[in-house]
Ligand binder design. Structure first.
Ligand SMILES: *[C@@H]1O[C@H](CO)[C@@H](O)[C@H](O)[C@H]1NC(C)=O
Ligand SMILES: [Ca+2]
Ligand SMILES: [Ca+2]
Length: 317
């Protein structure tokens, strides 16, 4: 039996679509002049900074009264236990030179300090947090707090065919997936987080054809274009879940189940670089046997490929 969808839900669905032009997980705040997302899970300044950046936003700072109010509102109405929000106002680059990530100096940001703050306790407090009543305090950047990411509304905000403002993602009609090649060399573990924040996942190969597509992406980003000297391999979405005996994709399938399990000859060889390290993360080779799989150390900085289903960011399903 087919269920009729009541008109009220259709209207609601339309409203949600209109309100989520940036990403489904950000909400638009007219007064704050942009979209905001509350991150309840506490993070250090650096991790919060990176996550907001990968999401296409910026770690929020109370730059205007309206933005401050919006941040406080998100914080107090969330389930966060965090006593404060870590803001984008920091002096991690030059001690004492507090600026927001957008480059606004602290002197231009209306600031009311919490009692006995700022005290630069132990000369180790280079980050600013905002308490629930809007007062500010300096804290060590290694402490973890909830945070808000902000995307300022600009005229040129355009979603591409993948449903993201990140023009690095391109739709491949042969697989129906979108891909982005990241030239910055980072550890597999961090690459995983960057893809997730962008709305995707480290690429999963589901067919010989998809392996060829990734191989071509690697070829069109030659070693000299990378910000890492480790160009032998490119990180993709599978890893070892149990002492080199259980290679699964980041979505939990075996390589055979996913549809591509072509290791290069002699791989996975689990090269031991030191007493602890082995090769527990997955990649696709550039040289030797290009397009075939290779195990690599999870902390080796490599270029990586993210995959995203079109409109993954527009649809909360
Ligand atoms: C803000 O909250 C802090 C911590 O609870 C408190 O010590 C301070 O007095 C409050 N300040 C104002 C202006 O309400
Ligand atoms: Ca302090
Ligand atoms: Ca290997």
């Amino acid at each position: 039996m087919k269920m009729e969808i009541p008109a009220v839900f259709l209207v609601l669905a339309t409203l949600l679509t209109v309100g989520s032009q940036f990403r489904f997980d950000y909400s638009y705040d007219e007064k704050a002049g942009g979209w905001l997302k509350m991150h309840e899970i506490p993070a250090t300044f650096q991790n919060a900074f990176r996550t907001c950046k990968a999401e296409g936003g910026v770690l929020a700072s109370p730059l205007t009264d309206n933005l401050r109010e919006a941040m406080i509102q998100l914080h107090v109405s969330s389930k966060s236990d965090s006593c404060a929000l870590i803001t984008g106002i920091h002096a991690t680059i030059s001690k004492g030179a507090f600026t927001s990530i957008e480059g606004i100096p602290l002197s231009k940001i209306r600031t009311v300090w919490a009692p006995d703050e700022p005290d630069n306790n132990g000369n180790g407090e280079d980050c600013l947090v905002m308490l629930k009543n809007g007062t500010m305090a300096d804290v060590p950047c290694t402490e973890t707090y909830s945070y808000v990411c902000y995307k300022k509304k600009t005229a040129e905000l355009v979603l591409n065919e993948c449903g993201t403002i990140d023009q690095g993602y391109k739709l491949n009609p042969r697989t129906g997936s979108c891909y982005k090649f990241h030239r910055d060399g980072v550890a597999w573990t961090r690459a995983y987080g960057i893809c997730a924040a962008e709305g995707g996942y480290l690429a999963i190969i589901n067919s010989e054809e998809e392996a060829q597509i990734l191989k071509q992406m690697v070829d069109s980003n030659p070693p000299e274009s990378l910000s890492t000297t480790n160009s032998l391999s490119t990180s993709i979405g599978f890893r070892d879940w149990s002492d080199h005996t259980m290679w699964l994709t980041v979505h939990g399938q075996t390589l055979d189940e996913a549809g591509y399990a072509h290791w290069a000859p002699d791989e996975p060889n689990n090269v031991k670089y030191d007493a602890i390290g082995g090769e527990n993360c997955g990649s696709i080779l550039r040289f030797g046997k290009p397009g075939l799989l290779n195990d690599v150390p999870c902390n080796l900085p490599l270029a990586f490929i993210c995959e995203m289903k079109p409109n993954a960011l527009n649809d909360s399903q």
